[in-house]
Ligand binder design. Structure first.
Ligand code: G3H
Ligand code: 13P
Ligand code: ZN
Length: 284
């Protein structure tokens, strides 16, 4: 099946009231785990590579591995750049066959974020590639933030409307209390804010930092309108769990395949569980 765009899979998700899982990849085993899980679950899926992933593996390797995995699949697969921060990088990804790019201009002022994101949208739209933007700052879990800071960092609904209208993005990443990496306590999501953003945004909304967010909060976020959910940390932890299990039980094992195979299976189990939670299982 040819690659799908983010716009296409999120339009279906909005109609069906489910969310599509977006899983970060850095190597062959992660790509295989994501595609095999999606195929077995019959779920549309978003494979995403960060700038760090592209630096680690190389854009040619990532795209070649993803193409090889997708060749025999029969589900919609989106190849997406996660947290792109330069115009050049987004263009390079488009040139290499990505069907969706995120331009993360969250470190800029509203005006500069709109201008930089709109520049990416103009080119991407011309060649049928989707664009995700970000408004508000999605922190790391190490950031301790006060109530005042929440207001400054979280996505402002009125600004969200303006951002979407003026930038033309196909999806918007919102800051409502999630963070990247493992959580220290239980994350508290600002659902009232999410509802207010949903009412005015006019585009599918994206939840970043979803690893470690309790199932109940994920379900509630989807019921309000989140339609793309990003997972990286839970996969990293599953990978390491798989490796550690073998190292612990068979300390003399010297065949890398005997470590990476179980790591892949651990990730597959996590991905399938997420797909069922997100409601995208059985939708492809
Ligand atoms: O949002 C961040 C993703 O987890 C990717 O992380 O930049 O370390 O690859 P990374
Ligand atoms: P987690 O690593 O917290 O799952 O966040 C993933 C993410 O948002 C990627 O953009
Ligand atoms: Zn993110």
């Amino acid at each position: 099946m040819p690659f799908a765009t983010l716009r296409e899979v999120l339009a279906e998700a909005e109609k069906g009231k489910y969310a599509v899982g977006a899983f970060n990849t850095n190597n062959m085993e992660i790509v295989q785990a994501i595609i095999e899980a999606a195929q077995e679950e019959r779920a549309p899926v978003i494979l995403q590579a960060s700038q760090g992933a592209l630096k680690y593996a190389g854009i040619r390797y990532i795209t070649a591995i993803v193409r090889a995995a997708v060749e025999s699949s029969t589900i919609p697969v989106v190849l997406h750049l996660d947290h792109g921060t330069s115009f050049e990088q987004t263009m390079l990804c488009i040139r290499h066959g990505f069907t969706s790019v995120m331009f993360d201009g969250s470190k800029y002022s509203l005006e500069d974020n709109i201008a930089a994101t709109a520049r990416v949208v103009e080119v991407a739209r011309a060649v049928g590639v989707s664009v995700e933007g970000e408004l508000g700052k999605i922190g790391g879990t190490e950031d301790d933030i006060s109530v005042d800071e929440r207001d400054a960092l979280f996505t402002d609904p009125a600004q969200a409307r303006r951002f979407v209208e003026e930038s033309g993005v196909d999806a918007l990443a919102v800051a409502i209390g999630t963070a990247h990496g493992p959580y220290k306590g239980e994350p508290k999501l600002d659902f009232d804010r999410l509802e207010a953003i949903m009412k005015v945004a006019g585009t599918p909304l994206v939840l970043h930092g979803a690893s470690g967010v309790p199932a109940g909060s994920i379900r509630r976020a989807i019921s309000i309108g989140i339609s793309k959910i990003n997972i990286d940390t839970d996969l990293r932890q599953a990978f390491i769990r798989g490796v550690q299990h073998v190292v612990h039980n068979q300390p003399h094992e010297y065949d890398p395949r005997k470590l990476l195979g179980p790591a892949k299976e651990e990730m597959k189990a996590v991905i399938k569980e997420k797909m069922r939670l997100f409601g995208c299982s059985g939708q492809a």
